[in-house]
Design a protein around this ligand. Structure first.
Ligand SMILES: NC(=O)c1ccc[n+]([C@@H]2O[C@H](COP(=O)([O-])OP(=O)(O)OC[C@H]3O[C@@H](n4cnc5c(N)ncnc54)[C@H](O)[C@@H]3O)[C@@H](O)[C@H]2O)c1
Ligand SMILES: CC(C)(O)[C@@H](O)C(=O)O
Ligand SMILES: [Mg+2]
Ligand SMILES: [Mg+2]
Length: 349
């Protein structure tokens, strides 16, 4: 494992140079990897593993949309696509990629097939870290490992097809066979990770829940909405408000930030923008920091996990969710966004 310096802090990372695909293939040559669940991560990881030459099968409920999607992606019923229990039986490595709530209900079935020496793989530290709430306590004689791609399964697949790689974290909760480290790193390379950084199940779930509720999705939508509303209230058109809040960020500035960092962006805008951004960023940091503190403590207390488990297990969960998503979809800001996206020359022919 290479030690790399991240802004003055040394961390362990695994790169593709250090652990090439050929080594990953050799490590897992006698394994049958069953990817359970074909939602968002399932397809990304299963297809990348298949294209990378691993022995991989998919387990999914029959008569479901995800089953049909798996068939459309070339998984063959009875050969590489099975009902969940049959896939568990055939697997030496079970990649548990059902929704976090779905993992709770299927657990008794999965546990039954976790015979000594198998590996149980997660892409989230949720099930094991919050075991008192999920009831997921793996037997002691199996490896329990994690590769958590830091992004959507959609991006994992897209970036793989573009010859790029999404970064993932990896962790070992339990090394029963003495092979857990090689297995987890080989799987991380196999699913198409750019590089792998080391974590624990607990640190993965605390940071992931914070990130998705924070700057990755929750906080950013909140900041978008606040700025858009202020601009609209002050007489700006939807076009102007949307362009100045979202479109410029995603189309112009974020690709540059991705390439070079926000420090570079600050050094490469107008002196007017530079002055203002330098003067205002700390005010935004100070205003939001208490919310982030509250968020992190709710995550660490397990309350966020419990809320997610509870809401997912309600019978009207789907109906309520659709209502909430519709509210966002029907908001003026995102309707304006749909029109703006349509007007991108590459989208309007
Ligand atoms: N969505 C992402 O891009 C992403 C990114 C990183 C990590 N993860 C993690 O990966 C795992 C999978 O997440 P996902 O978003 O792909 O899941 P998902 O919500 O898309 O669901 C995956 C599959 O679970 C099946 N499922 C749900 N409940 C079930 C049940 N009770 N019985 C049988 N099958 C059931 C669904 O049919 C679906 O095919 C989770 O642990 C998640 O936290 C997801
Ligand atoms: C894609 C995300 C937000 O990073 C993931 O954590 C998820 O739960 O979907
Ligand atoms: Mg997440
Ligand atoms: Mg995440």
């Amino acid at each position: 494992m290479a030690k790399m310096n991240f802004g003055g802090v040394e961390e362990n990372v695994v790169t593709r140079e250090e652990f090439p695909l050929a080594k990953a293939q050799e490590t897992l040559k006698d394994e049958t990897i069953a990817v359970l669940g074909y939602g968002v991560q399932g397809p990304g990881q299963a297809l990348n593993l298949r294209d990378n030459g691993f022995n991989v099968i998919v387990g999914q409920r029959k008569n479901s949309k995800s089953w049909d999607k798996a068939v459309a992606d070339g998984w063959v019923p009875g050969e590489t696509l099975f009902e969940l229990e049959e896939a568990c039986e055939k697997a030496t490595i079970i990649q548990y990629l059902l929704s976090d709530a779905g993992q709770i209900s299927l657990w008794p079935t999965v546990k039954k097939h976790l015979t000594p020496g198998k590996a149980l793989y997660f892409s989230h530290g949720f099930a094991v870290t919050y075991k008192e709430r999920t009831g997921i306590i793996p037997p002691e004689d199996v490896d329990v490992i994690l590769v958590a791609p830091k992004g959507s399964g959609t991006s994992l697949r897209r970036m793989f097809l573009e010859g790029r790689g999404l970064n993932s974290s990896f962790a070992i909760f339990q090394d029963a066979t003495g092979k857990a480290k090689d297995r987890v790193v080989a799987l991380g390379i196999g699913v198409g990770s750019g590089y792998l950084f080391e974590t624990t199940f607990k640190r993965e779930v605390y940071s992931d829940l914070t990130g998705e509720r924070g700057t990755l999705m929750g906080a950013i939508q909140g900041i978008f909405a606040a700025q858009y509303e202020v601009l609209r209230k002050n007489g700006h058109t939807p076009s102007e408000a949307f362009n100045e809040t979202v479109e410029e960020l995603t189309q112009s500035l974020m690709p540059l930030v991705a390439e070079n960092g926000m420090d570079w962006m600050y050094a490469n805008c107008s002196t007017t923008a530079q002055r203002g951004a330098l003067d205002w960023w700390k005010k935004f940091r100070d205003a939001t920091q208490p919310v982030f503190e509250e968020l992190y403590s709710e995550v660490a207390a397990g309350n966020e996990a419990q809320r997610s488990i509870d809401s997912n297990s309600k019978s009207d969960y789907r109906v309520k969710l659709e209502g909430e998503l519709k509210e966002l979809h029907d908001s003026e800001m995102w309707k304006a966004g749909a029109t703006v996206r349509q007007l991108r020359p590459e989208n309007n022919g």
